[in-house]
Ligand binder design. Structure first.
Ligand SMILES: C[S@@+](CC[C@H](N)C(=O)[O-])C[C@H]1O[C@@H](n2cnc3c(N)ncnc32)[C@H](O)[C@@H]1O
Length: 265
């Protein structure tokens, strides 16, 4: 659709011209160009995937079909896999990430061995109340982090404060292991706020590399910022579900949907 002034902006027009379902495609294109997250054959989890522009960009970076790879998009909204730029390696799941157990997410990965890239573009429906929106954004970001790395402990007092502030309400999950493979990457969107430096500090305890990026396609009125996190070591698979201690199976709520959706992000 259009920019803040009601006129179609450059990225919107480019998205239409190139067959992307939303202008947000250009955010991941820039992140990928700068950080080379998605390699051919990667296993990608896309949290908050509707309407599917990041699914399209991620699939474009998987390389030819024979290289393999998989992309799983999760959103509270039902998402039809876009026909342009996506192939049979892309699927979508309708679920609330705040209630998604690590065991369920791991079961969506190839051979249940976790993902090499986890993307979170999740965002609350913006209320306009800055502190409220930022707090929900932090909870969503913390949930993505927790899914990726598993049970989190912090040493530094600032980091402990961040964990206490956001984790308790987002950690219903008894599974202590994360679903991000060793050597893998994580991208998390946040709405900028006073807690971001604390998040960054906490993440530096856990990740080899932590960087912040504000893509050119981000609207000037938006407070969104992306944190790119890279884990230490060579790519290694996360533990398989069956390797983990037997846990009570949560109620099945994950559904796969295919529905046309269009959004302007
Ligand atoms: C900015 S949009 C994502 C755009 C997407 N990356 C794309 O390029 O098409 C944010 C999405 O996060 C989703 N979302 C917000 N909270 C969520 C939650 N708790 N679980 C799953 N999805 C969530 C919203 O439904 C929304 O579709």
């Amino acid at each position: 659709m259009s920019g803040a002034g009601g006129t179609a902006d450059f990225f919107y027009r480019e998205a239409q011209r190139l067959g992307y379902v939303a202008r947000s495609a250009f955010k991941l294109i820039q992140i990928q160009k700068q950080h080379k997250l998605i390699a051919p054959g990667a296993a990608v989890l896309d949290l908050g995937c509707a309407p599917g522009a990041w699914l399209q960009v991620a699939c474009q970076n998987l390389g030819p079909l024979e290289k393999g790879g998989v992309i799983v998009g999760v959103d509270v909204k039902k998402v039809k896999v876009p026909s342009a730029h996506c192939d049979s390696r892309v699927r979508t799941v309708c679920a609330d990430v705040m209630a998604l157990m690590k065991q369920q997410a791991r079961a969506m990965s190839p051979q249940e061995r976790g993902f090499s890239v986890i993307l979170s573009d999740m965002c609350p429906v913006v209320s306009g109340i800055t502190t409220k929106d930022a707090a929900i954004s932090c909870e969503l970001g913390m949930r993505a982090l927790s899914l990726a790395v598993g049970k989190m402990k912090a040493k530094d007092s600032d980091c402990i404060a961040i964990l206490e502030k956001f984790q308790s309400s987002t950690e219903p999950d008894p599974d202590e292991d994360g679903i991000l493979r060793r050597g893998g990457s994580l991208v998390i969107k946040f709405l900028e706020n006073e807690d971001i430096p604390g998040f960054g500090k906490f993440c530096k305890e856990k990740f080899k590399k932590v960087s912040l990026l504000r893509p050119k396609a981000t609207r000037s009125s938006s407070r969104e910022i992306f944190m790119e996190l890279r884990t230490v070591g060579l790519q290694r698979e996360a533990p398989k579900c069956s390797d983990l201690k037997a846990q009570a199976q949560p109620a099945a709520f994950v559904r796969v949907w295919h529905r046309e959706s269009a959004a302007e992000l």
